[in-house]
Design a protein around this ligand. Structure first.
Ligand SMILES: [Zn+2]
Length: 191
């Protein structure tokens, strides 16, 4: 857990490059921290009028999906560029907020950082391959679900609309030929 918000020592240390797995991960994380202010992401996550000014801080309901925040426990400090939630006791920099808000693990911080950069219209410093792979997998699964649903609808329509017509053909061979042709046509036309 990152408690940089309350601990000035940690805050200072946070400025030094952190160790992540692999050199390529560091760049999107550092780039996101430099490009996206904590307050901008907090503002987007909490929605319009989600944050109110209280002294040096902006306070609102915690935007993290696993914290049902009844009282406004979330605070972001624009000057220090950090956030902390007094309800779920989590805090840190903009990448930590993005990661927790979008459900990425600590090892996936670089993916959250890349998404953060894209979300706020910044160029990616390099290509985080894992992010693309993950995106691609999600798109493939969505497409597969759509195709499966289409197939079910298509077969049901065929059974109810077309089959009764073919069933009236008395000759079995002709009926089977017609069935094949009709299904091929139907599949092509409803694709
Ligand atoms: Zn919270």
């Amino acid at each position: 857990m990152d408690t940089a918000y309350h601990n000035p020592e940690l805050l200072k240390r946070g400025k030094a490059p952190q160790r992540y797995r692999g050199v390529t991960y560091i760049r999107p994380i550092d780039a996101a921290k430099a490009a996206v202010p904590v307050i901008d992401l907090a503002d987007r996550l909490t929605g319009p009028c989600g944050l109110r000014r209280r002294g040096a801080e902006w306070v609102g309901h915690c935007p993290l999906p696993d914290h049902e925040d009844k009282s406004p426990s979330f605070a972001a400090n624009a000057e220090k560029n950090v956030w902390y939630c007094h309800g779920c006791h989590r805090g840190g920099d903009v990448v930590a907020l993005a990661r927790l808000a979008w459900g990425y693990s600590e090892r996936e911080a670089h993916i959250a950082a890349a998404e953060l950069l894209m979300e706020f219209g910044h160029e990616l410093p390099n290509r985080p391959k894992a992010w693309y792979r993950k995106r691609e997998r999600q798109v493939n699964i969505r497409n597969a679900i759509e195709e499966t649903k289409k197939g079910i609808v298509r077969r049901r329509l065929f059974r109810h609309l077309i089959l009764p017509l073919i069933d009236t053909i008395e000759d079995e061979d002709e009926r089977n030929r017609e069935l094949e042709r009709a299904w091929a046509d139907f599949e092509r036309l409803t694709a």
